[in-house]
Design a protein around this ligand. Structure first.
Ligand SMILES: [Zn+2]
Length: 76
C-alpha cells in the first residue's frame, strides 16, 4: 500500500523526497486538491505539497537549492 506524506513547506518537501531521488519515481500530482507531488515505486511512498504552500515557502528556486546534488545526472 502506498504511504502518503503531505508536506507543508518546501523544506519539508525536499527533505521527504531526498532519499527517493535515485529511486524509481513518478509524478503524483493531485490536481483536484491543487497539490503536486512525487511518488516512489521503490519505497511505496507518495510525497505531496499544495501548490499554494510550494509558492509561499520559496517556489522553484528554493526547491532547486535544497535538492541540488540529490538528483542523478539526467540519463536518457
Ligand atoms: Zn524511495
Amino acid at each position: 500500500m502506498t504511504k502518503r506524506v503531505e508536506c507543508q513547506s518546501i523544506d519539508d518537501y525536499a527533505e521527504a523526497l531526498g532519499p527517493h531521488f535515485t529511486h524509481e519515481t513518478y509524478r503524483a500530482d493531485d490536481i483536484a486538491a491543487r497539490a503536486m507531488g512525487k511518488g516512489c515505486r521503490t519505497c511505496g511512498v507518495e510525497v505531496t505539497i499544495s501548490i499554494e504552500a510550494f509558492k509561499e515557502t520559496g517556489d522553484l528556486p528554493r526547491f532547486r537549492e535544497l535538492t541540488k546534488g540529490l538528483a542523478p545526472e539526467k540519463k536518457k
